[in-house]
Ligand binder design. Structure first.
Ligand code: GLY
Ligand code: MN
Ligand code: MN
Length: 436
């Protein structure tokens, strides 16, 4: 993203905020891993969305119409000794020159300056409950102003959830956001191809994971968007399996759910393929049901359809497929109504995708499923997970299958951003055979 992108976003926010308002947004805190070791820092998505600024201990303040500057960035001061140990800091000059702040102050001055900025405003856009230690400070500043009301000071009478306001903006992706997401999806698709080419019986799941991470990093995606799921056989039936520490067995399927993060944007792709390169007949039968369900769901992604239509399409195809294989018994319409498929398909068919892998944005508006509109991006990810229920023939046991793509809603329909990752049985088998 460029400085212009961030400026446009702040302007969009200010248009919504209106006059006599203020927005306050602290960045995410550093998370400790163990003793002196912290997790790699990844800033709050909304903070990055507005600023492109990625240092911890920073706070964005936006005051529409403020004569001395509308966009204030509080951040760490430059400090050579600290920079030698922990890395570069933009400081106040950098906040203005590099990140387009109208004004910048040391983060240590926040308590002195914030009450003055809050004074006289009618509404404060701030998200309570996300960062309790910052909530305390906010309450302190507001109380300070309330206590000074006899001196004619006025404190905001309304607190409006800033995150919700930003979430609705983030739901609609701009051209440059779509470009970043397309790239993240492309790199991730290549990583899935690489995993298919690499996989052999006897390998450890984490060795396949290493191939995926290598492909991400080699292509400028420094981190996965979420911990990769690399689950062979029965581990493919664990929806959030991230241990990735078992050996791959000859006749098992391998389910990989992995996506790269590029410039703060996520891809989220799942592919399932045979460890030895060839699907068995039962595996193929189940796989093709999931694939048909996924294709039917993707067909429902178009403007004017509502959020739940892809899920409804997937559920109909999955249930019919299970019925045809004898894994469910009864009348199709009744099985769908009773949600009998839930024994084998217990999650929903997708979610919004963007800066967060489970991205922001409401799914219902006014109590109704939201209509899909151009610029939204969602995943379509049906699956079937058959562990070892006694009433099911053993030939189906421990088969976990999910196929997940990232789909952009366009003006006339959809565009599958992750289409470079093969998903037809023949294509996967040919790719794996060629790699041997
Ligand atoms: N990778 C998380 C999900 O598919 O929702
Ligand atoms: Mn996924
Ligand atoms: Mn997903």
């Amino acid at each position: 993203m460029t400085k212009k992108d961030f400026l446009r976003r702040r302007q969009d926010l200010m248009d919504i905020m209106g006059p006599d308002t203020i927005a306050i947004l602290p960045n995410a805190p550093i998370a400790n891993r163990n003793r002196d070791v912290d997790y790699n820092y990844r800033g709050d998505s909304n903070f990055h969305y507005l600023s492109g600024f990625d240092e911890p201990e920073s706070v964005i303040v936006i005051v529409p119409g403020r004569p001395h500057g509308e966009y204030l960035l509080f951040c760490r001061e430059k400090d050579l000794a600290k920079e030698i140990w922990d890395g570069y800091r933009a400081g106040q000059e950098g906040a203005i020159d590099l990140y387009g702040a109208d004004d910048s102050y040391p983060i240590t001055d926040l308590d002195d300056i914030l009450p003055g900025l809050l004074e006289g405003k009618e509404k404060a856009f701030y998200t309570m409950g996300k960062l309790p230690s910052f909530d305390q400070r906010m309450v302190g500043w507001l109380n300070h102003l309330r206590n000074a009301s006899r001196q004619g000071k006025h404190s905001p009478t309304e607190i409006i959830e800033l995150d919700h306001t930003l979430n609705e903006l983030r739901l609609f992706k701009s051209k440059s956001e779509i470009k970043a997401m397309r790239y993240a999806a492309d790199v991730s698709a290549q990583a899935h191809i690489r995993a298919m080419q690499f996989t052999q019986p006897g390998q450890w799941e984490y060795q396949v994971e290493a191939e995926i991470i290598h492909e991400f990093m080699k292509n400028d995606c420094r981190s996965p968007a979420y911990p990769s799921i690399v689950g062979g056989g029965e581990n493919g039936c664990i929806l959030h399996y991230i241990e990735n520490n078992h050996r791959l067995k000859n006749n098992d399927l391998l389910l990989i759910d992995a996506g790269a993060e590029y410039d703060y944007y996520a891809a989220d792709i799942t592919r399932t393929f045979p460890v030895n390169g060839t699907f068995s007949n039962p595996q193929k039968a189940l796989y093709n049901i999931v694939l048909d369900a996924q294709k039917a769901a993707i067909e429902e992604v178009k403007p004017g359809n509502h959020w739940n239509q892809p899920h409804e399409a997937a559920v109909a195809v999955l249930t019919e497929g299970l019925l045809n294989l004898g894994l469910l018994k009864g009348k199709l319409s009744k099985l769908i109504k009773k949600e009998s498929y839930r024994e084998f398909y217990m999650h929903r068919t997708g979610h919004w995708l963007g800066m967060d892998v489970h991205d922001v944005g409401d799914y219902k508006v006014g109590g109704q499923w939201r209509e899909l509109e151009a610029g939204m991006v969602l995943t379509v990810e049906p699956g079937l997970y058959i562990r070892d229920p006694e009433h099911i023939d053993k030939k189906w046991h421990f088969t976990g299958i999910r196929i997940e793509d990232d789909v952009l809603v366009t003006k006339i329909g959809h565009d599958v951003l992750s289409k470079a990752a093969p998903k037809e049985v023949d294509d996967i088998e040919a790719l794996m055979a060629e790699a041997k």
